[in-house]
Design a protein around this ligand. Structure first.
Ligand code: PMP
Length: 435
């Protein structure tokens, strides 16, 4: 059962038992099982605006937003209408459509690094395809991957942090062979020195440096001032492609993503989450000269039965147009700053060691004094305290990410009143924890 005694979900519990008989862990993606906080997940029946609803009749303020995509909140009428219209004209053709051109044109217009873009169905595929393209286009074998950054469950990128500052990757999942990660070089996030050492050790061998420009998968960890600029300069000098995985940050921290926010343009970009407006879509893009290595123009093979799917492009294109036309980013910044301040004040008043890290509408409350610059810093957070806080917030109707190593997302459907409700819940939660 769930670990909060007063927080009982009998119908979700029954569903979870049933799910576990036919689905590994009862879930189709591991984080959803609530393993990190020691309990069972509510089963969701509906989402509307900033809210999630469960089988047992609870309403939650949603701060995961499907782990990123739902920047406009759930059930925007324009998106629902676009989807309904798309359903009427067929759900998949396996042949080109005008809507794919429209969404590609919009992406190329707003994302600085992109002239041409190829659509796929998941962020995993986008990162995997971008890595293949980098190797194919440069003719080099090796990839630099930042420790604590996640690029989906691609074999070559599913590598755990080594203990040394820079080490050759060792697989962190059974089923990933030593061979699959032999050309993956791990590097600590936010260290320019470590990157310099790697380039000195492998001259002319590195196809791409892959990174989340703002790390969101070790909790929220921004780049230090000057870090992205330095990586841009080094990779350019070394003939290595700089790849920003903006699956999480794209259309989130600014319409043009982290590359717009920081003014640093990578060679390759992976996109996902928001680009599908809540349906399965993702993409990778670059300047034309690089993308023309991709099949059928070039020899680097990549394909997809449901790539550019009519429903996914309907939801994605409508979402991107709304973001462009409504510009919710100043509002998201103000709401998120209010939340950051409120959480900080609540934790300070309760004398709970903490640091809140935030970029735009992505934020993480770490349970130590901070700051957090890399994965080692992030891992020093008090995970027991995190789990306690998580359940106290759930019991008060606030649904936070169920892992310390994920970011919270604020949506444009959240109001100031929602933020203040959340801050009051946090004040009560800290009081309960402190006894
Ligand atoms: N890259 C990043 C930065 C991500 O955050 C994620 C998913 N959280 C992925 C890639 C993988 O995307 P997907 O789950 O759609 O395969």
């Amino acid at each position: 059962a769930v670990s909060m005694p007063e927080f009982v979900l009998p119908l979700s519990h029954e569903a979870f038992l049933r799910a576990n008989r036919v689905i590994p862990g009862g879930v189709n993606s591991p984080a959803r099982a609530f393993g990190a906080v020691g309990g069972e997940p509510p089963f969701i029946t509906k989402a509307e605006g900033p809210y999630l609803y469960d089988l047992d009749g609870h309403q939650y303020l949603d701060y995961i937003g499907s782990w990123g995509p739902m920047i406009l909140g759930h059930g925007r009428p324009e998106v629902k209408r676009a989807l309904a219209e798309a359903v009427e004209t067929g759900t998949s053709y396996g042949a080109p459509t005008l809507r794919e051109v429209e969404i590609a044109e919009l992406v190329a217009q707003v994302v600085p690094s992109i002239e041409k873009v190829r659509f796929v169905s998941s962020g995993t595929e986008a990162a995997m395809s971008a890595a293949r393209l980098a190797r194919g286009a440069t003719g080099r074998p090796k990839l630099i991957k930042m420790i604590g950054c996640y690029h989906g469950h691609v074999d070559a990128l599913l590598v755990q942090a080594g203990s040394a500052a820079t080490t050759l990757g060792t697989p962190n999942s059974p089923g990933v062979t030593q061979g699959a990660v032999a050309d993956t070089i791990l590097c600590p996030f936010n260290s320019i020195e470590a990157v310099r050492e790697i380039f000195a050790a492998y001259p002319g061998e590195i196809a791409a440096l892959l990174m989340e420009p703002i790390a969101g998968n070790m909790g929220l960890v921004p780049p230090r001032p000057g870090y992205l600029e330095a990586l841009r300069e080094i990779t350019e000098r070394e003939g290595t492609l700089l790849m920003f995985d903006e699956v999480m940050t794209g259309f989130r921290v600014a319409l043009g993503g982290a590359q717009e926010l920081y003014g640093v343009t990578p060679d390759l970009t992976a996109l996902g989450k928001i680009i599908g407006g809540g349906l399965p879509a993702a993409a990778y893009g670059a300047r034309a000269e690089i993308m023309d290595h991709v099949s059928p123009v070039g020899p680097v093979y990549q394909a997809g039965t449901l790539a550019g799917n009519p429903l996914a492009t309907a939801a994605g294109l409508t979402t991107l147009r709304l973001l462009r036309d409504e510009n919710p980013y100043p509002k998201l910044e103000a709401l998120s700053a209010r939340l950051e301040e409120g959480l900080h004040r609540a934790a300070s008043d309760a004398k709970v060691p903490h640091v809140v890290q935030r970029v735009g509408s992505m934020l993480t409350l770490f349970f130590h004094d901070g700051p957090v610059y890399d994965y080692d810093d992030a891992k020093r957070s008090d995970l027991k305290l995190f789990a306690r806080f998580f359940w106290e917030m759930m019991a008060r109707g606030v649904y936070l990410p169920c892992s310390q190593f994920e970011a919270m997302f604020v949506s444009a459907a959240h109001t100031e009143a929602d933020i203040d409700f959340t801050i009051r819940a946090a004040e009560e939660a800290f009081k309960a924890i402190r006894g």
